[in-house]
Design a protein around this ligand. Sequence first.
Ligand SMILES: Cc1cc2nc3c(=O)[nH]c(=O)nc-3n(C[C@H](O)[C@H](O)[C@H](O)COP(=O)(O)OP(=O)(O)OC[C@H]3O[C@@H](n4cnc5c(N)ncnc54)[C@H](O)[C@@H]3O)c2cc1C
Length: 446
Amino acid sequence: MRRRLRDVHDVASGKLCTGCGVCAYLAPTEVRMVDVLDHGRRPLPIVPAGRGPDAAAALRCCPGAGLGHETSRPAPGEVAELRAAWGPVRAIWEGYAADPAVRYAGSSGGVATALAGYCLTEAGMAGVLHVGARSDVPYLNETRLSRTPAQLLAGAGSRYAPASPCDRLDLIEHAEGPCVFIGKPCDVAAVRMVRRLRPELDARIGLTIAVFCAGTPTTRGTLEMLARLGVDDPTMLESVHYRGNGWPGQARARLRDDPPERRRELSYAESWGDILQKHRQWRCYLCPDHTGEFADVAVGDPWYRPTGDDPGRSLVLARTERGVRLVEAAIAAGALVLTPVAPAVLPASQPNLLGARGAVWGRVATLRAAGLPAPRFRHLPMAGIWWRHLSLAEKLRSTVGTLRRIRRKRLREPAALVPYPEVAPPAPEPARHGSHLGQTGRPLSK
Ligand SMILES: Cc1cc2nc3c(=O)[nH]c(=O)nc-3n(C[C@H](O)[C@H](O)[C@H](O)COP(=O)(O)OP(=O)(O)OC[C@H]3O[C@@H](n4cnc5c(N)ncnc54)[C@H](O)[C@@H]3O)c2cc1C
């Protein structure tokens, strides 16, 4: 018989947690997010509260437990041919941040940072909730509300490491005006779910931006990358970057006592290809949404272009009318330099992601057949992709291969969630106001 998920702790111990942190926002007196070396950011019960009703109620907004659209049919104005496999898309562009410093620092073309910056400086928004490196432990991430373009720029670039931007949604809820939220597809999916329950939050979400994501590598992945960069003692780390400074740019680390000319660099193929992607958390193998289907705007890499000596470009999808409006306004204001491109550029840019979505169907079906918990998905078509786009070998890998992974990854055993490292995080920015579930006057029900 399949085990039922009782609360977000069951999601985490069942290895289905994405690490978004929405449960810590919804149940701040019961749940805290910690880094777990071989898993990612995970919710742990706050002692002595233990497992309480809010952690159970937070399941309703947990993207690890499930996610879905209202329909899989295209609405008027959406690109019909993309709806089934890529979610709602209203407009597609390719381009970059007009400010060369933002373009260069950005992961692909700096569009996420430039669009959020436009919202801050020209569209009257109060802040941008996103992640950046912790100053005390630079290989771990923290969530911040950036209020100036300079703060925003400090968080530009992809961090191929666990991050839980939803854990500080309270900063948006209590901000003095609408804010931008930037996160991975699962983070943005959590925001879509939670704003339905939290009208105060909903009123202050001015725009959501998702970065395309093939999966989050664990902290162990970063440590392995740092070792390859010659970092024997990570406590000596001054900074670590995974990409940026050109497209896709080099992974880079600096130690506090490195002389100025010392360079520690790995190519994208060496860092992501050889090391990081092998450390992706298990839940990412069960993810049908790698392109931010629940966001207003989603940005990714135009991988169909040859990489090399390139300052960078992003592929930009507007998925809602609000997204179209704000991207067009940012172009008109000169913050973004974007050119419309044909719908076919999306599948050409992300050839692996279609197959990845099909494989999810095989994996989830196998988990269910084996009596293991699996996420619930609604209106995210996968079976047809599995059938039509996967070769026989790929079909077998997604099913028989999953049976092997159940053994190898010990999916029947609960995850051992031990915080790593035992370093106190920096003092959080104030804003928390008790249990968010309590504020609604009634707990969320499952
Ligand atoms: C884990 C991960 C996997 C990725 N996989 C893919 C992929 O499969 N295909 C693809 O095209 N692109 C992938 N990317 C890269 C990213 O989607 C693109 O580079 C995108 O185009 C953003 O580029 P940009 O220059 O517009 O963003 P930037 O202007 O550089 O802004 C990036 C924003 O993302 C935020 N951010 C960085 N890391 C994280 C994180 N771990 N969690 C939440 N927010 C974060 C930053 O705070 C910043 O605000 C991945 C990124 C990450 C973090």
